[in-house]
Design a protein around this ligand. Structure first.
Ligand SMILES: *Cc1c(COP(=O)(O)O)cnc(C)c1O
Length: 406
């Protein structure tokens, strides 16, 4: 899954360009930088890859989401619909711009469902922040429809889904803005970094200004430029962008390997009647960073987890217990543990935060039955074969166990 598995000479060469000039800042310094514009080139490589008109890189995926929200005018008092299965960064970004996260149900796609979104829309809803979890898409056409019918904007946190597509259109291009992460664990990495994409020139300009203190970046003189709005420093540095550029040269290859490795594991699991694969509305557009499947119930899922451990299998997630990606274990959120006051409560939308998980019973059931296998790109044929054999064995063993009356 992570680009860090294929890391080396190309990344080194790109970074050396920056070391040669010492210009680590992404703007200006035209004379000293000897033609090296790593952030600009990185942005172009992402825009070209997904087919976006504009891309702007920032310091992380989290700041990309905050930048997209700000660029789209989402802020104080607005409600933003979010999924309970994501990385907490999605929720933090909403809070950070002063908006209120409102959780909606996911479905078997592991992403927000159109009905789930519809059920929580209120007059205060400004945006749906759709997350494409584990590298695959939601029911995109229906979700776009729900957003349009309710006059709510769609923004995509595609942090985990660079390279995923639905009917040929990439994650990140479906709403007003899309966001990608390039942190250490994502399909392509630059250490720390993020990118926002859009087809709207004004939104692009907004993102470019917001992430650099509101500077307009017009002309070449840092001292003379205007700052039409207030912003913050979410800039990416040239070193990080250089690494991201090297990784983007390899992303097609990464996805190809992932798809091949995923297919092998699908075959290994397919023989078990206990396995129900995640619903992917367009299978051909799966970036294949994970292979996710449901078991009939939580107890069986736990049996499978135990058996996978017993077989010495690594690189899998049982999200229901994992500390990071599901609302069940977000004690900091449900306990409203913030260092500073946050406008998380409004009178129009009183939410019982300590009990917020009970708002999404369908999601809870799905996650309790879900296991995801990571798909690595560095596995040898031998390792992959061994893994597949173990998976088949795990399911056989569990199948036998549960058909024996207790
Ligand atoms: C990784 C991730 C982020 C945050 O990205 P960082 O680059 O780590 O800040 C946001 N949303 C989702 C869904 C993610 O998986």
């Amino acid at each position: 899954m992570p680009g860090i598995e294929f890391f080396g000479e190309e990344e080194r060469r790109q970074v050396m360009d920056v070391l040669d000039t010492g210009v680590m800042f992404r703007y200006n310094h035209d004379a000293e930088r000897k033609g090296h514009w790593k952030a600009l080139e990185f942005e172009k490589s992402v825009a070209d890859f997904v087919g976006a008109k504009y891309a702007h890189s920032v310091s992380s995926g989290s700041t990309a989401v905050a930048t997209a929200l700000a660029a789209c005018g989402v802020g104080y008092g607005d409600e933003v619909i979010v999924p309970p299965f994501t990385y907490i960064a999605t929720i933090e970004a909403v809070l950070w711009v002063g908006a209120i996260p409102v959780f909606a149900e996911i479905d078997e796609t592991l992403n927000l469902s159109p009905e789930g979104i519809q059920a929580v829309i209120s007059p205060k809803t400004k945006a749906v922040l759709l997350v494409q979890m584990c590298g695959a898409m939601a029911k995109m056409e229906e979700i776009v429809q729900v957003c349009q019918a309710n006059n709510v904007m769609l923004i995509e946190d595609s942090a985990q889904a660079l390279g995923a597509s639905y009917k040929g259109k990439f994650a990140g291009l479906w709403g007003r803005m899309g966001c990608y992460s390039f942190d250490f664990f994502k399909i392509t990495t630059c250490g720390e970094g993020g990118v926002v994409v859009t087809d709207d020139e004004q939104l692009y300009h907004n993102a470019d200004m917001f992430s650099d203190h509101g500077h307009d970046h017009v002309g070449n003189n840092r001292g003379a430029e205007k700052h039409p709005v207030l912003g913050i420093n979410f800039r990416i540095g040239e070193f990080n962008a250089a690494i991201g550029l090297a990784q983007m040269h390899k992303i097609k290859q990464f996805i190809e390997i992932q798809r091949k490795n995923k297919d092998a594991m699908v075959d290994a699991l397919n023989q078990s009647r206990l396995v129900e694969f995640r619903h992917i509305p367009d299978e051909s557009g799966d970036s294949a960073t994970f292979l996710s499947f449901f078991l009939p119930d939580e107890a069986t899922a736990r049996l499978v987890v135990d058996e996978m451990k017993a077989q010495g299998l690594d690189a899998f997630q049982y999200w229901y217990d994992n500390n990071y990606h599901y609302i069940k274990n977000w004690d900091h959120l449900t306990g409203l543990k913030t260092l500073n006051p946050m406008p998380i409560e409004t009178q129009e939308r009183p939410q019982d935060w300590s009990n917020i998980r009970s708002y999404v019973p369908k999601s809870d059931n799905l996650i309790s039955r879900l296991i995801s296998l990571q798909v690595k790109i560095g596995w040898t044929e031998e390792q992959l074969k061994e893994r597949c054999a173990k998976l088949t064995k795990v399911m056989e063993t569990v199948g036998k166990k549960i058909s024996i009356p207790a």
